[in-house]
Design a protein around this ligand. Structure first.
Ligand SMILES: [Zn+2]
Length: 296
């Protein structure tokens, strides 16, 4: 199979999959329980979620490993199982992906702060991310995405660990929110421009944005990333619209058809890989893929 970067270089648009958390919740994941443990205890469900995205036409299978650092697993007393859980997450995805889809390890934030805001050092983060990403590679991942990040030092530590400890293709993706001044920034105040510069310097092969907003804002964010990094491949993973609170639950209501109508605009803005974050499912991916294919 050709390397992801090679395919992007020839102008191909690739499709990632949609939300994992939303799919797990639909299958009974309880609030306060560990999503990644499903790679061990509910492996058939995780496999089935991957299969549905594969049938929807995704080229990339993203692992159920978002909270797989020792920091996150510690909340469940499982910080000693980083290797086992991440290896299983990648191995399950590989089973479904076969040799014609890519396996993408998911690496989310630690939830901790660096000094002076917290007790952690950049070296601590580097080691923790390295531990997770090495296990994802051993389990069969082709690439890794450091995603839903909001702090530059944390994202950079993860990107460096991935580049220095593995041979994986490395993606870095931030969550940006619309600001009152009209632009976009992460909750830590990082703009798309600053993000692009820092993670490319840290070694990221692909940059992008996920979560936080639906496709409308995402189109604007991708334009900013494209202007800041003319040569970098870009991944865009919008939510299914902005979150709405219904009966005390956060829901995302943008339909597959509505997202599909905006997918060609994401490509026009500069996206090379399109997927979905919160609230998206196989129908959203299939509809966006079809819309982009028709425009081709
Ligand atoms: Zn999300």
């Amino acid at each position: 199979m050709q390397n992801i970067l090679e395919r992007l270089k020839f102008g191909e648009i690739l499709f990632c999959d949609g939300a994992m958390g939303t799919s797990l919740q639909a299958r009974g994941l309880q609030p306060g329980s560990c999503p990644e443990l499903w790679c061990i205890e509910r492996a058939d469900d995780v496999r089935d979620i991957h299969r549905r995205y594969r049938q929807a036409g995704s080229d990339i299978v993203e692992c159920n490993s978002f909270g797989g650092t020792r920091y996150k697993l510690k909340h469940y007393g499982m910080d000693g199982r980083v290797g086992e859980i991440n290896h299983a997450a990648a191995a399950i995805a590989r089973e479904v992906a076969g040799e014609d889809q890519y396996v993408l390890g998911s690496v989310g934030p630690t939830g901790e702060f660096l000094a002076p805001l917290g007790p952690e050092t950049e070296e601590d983060f580097y080691e923790a991310f390295g531990e997770q990403i090495v296990a994802l590679e051993a389990g069969g991942a082709d690439a890794v995405i450091v995603e839903t990040m909001t702090a530059l030092e944390e994202a950079s530590a993860a990107v460096r660990a991935a580049k220095e400890k593995t041979k994986l293709v490395v993606m870095a993706s931030f969550t940006f929110d619309p600001q009152t001044w009209g632009g976009y920034a992460s909750i830590m105040g990082v703009t798309p421009e600053k993000f692009a510069e820092a993670v490319i310097a840290a070694g990221a092969d692909i940059i992008g944005a996920n979560c936080g907003t639906g496709p409308d804002h995402m189109i604007e964010i991708i334009k900013l990333l494209r202007a800041a990094a003319p040569d970098a491949p870009i991944i865009a993973m919008p939510n299914a619209g902005m979150p709405v609170i219904e009966n005390g639950q956060t829901v995302f209501k943008e339909t597959p058809e509505a997202m599909a109508s905006k997918a060609p605009l994401l490509v026009e803005a500069g996206a090379n890989i399109i997927g979905g974050c919160c609230g998206t499912g196989p129908a959203h991916i299939a509809a966006m893929k079809e819309a982009v294919r028709v425009c081709d």
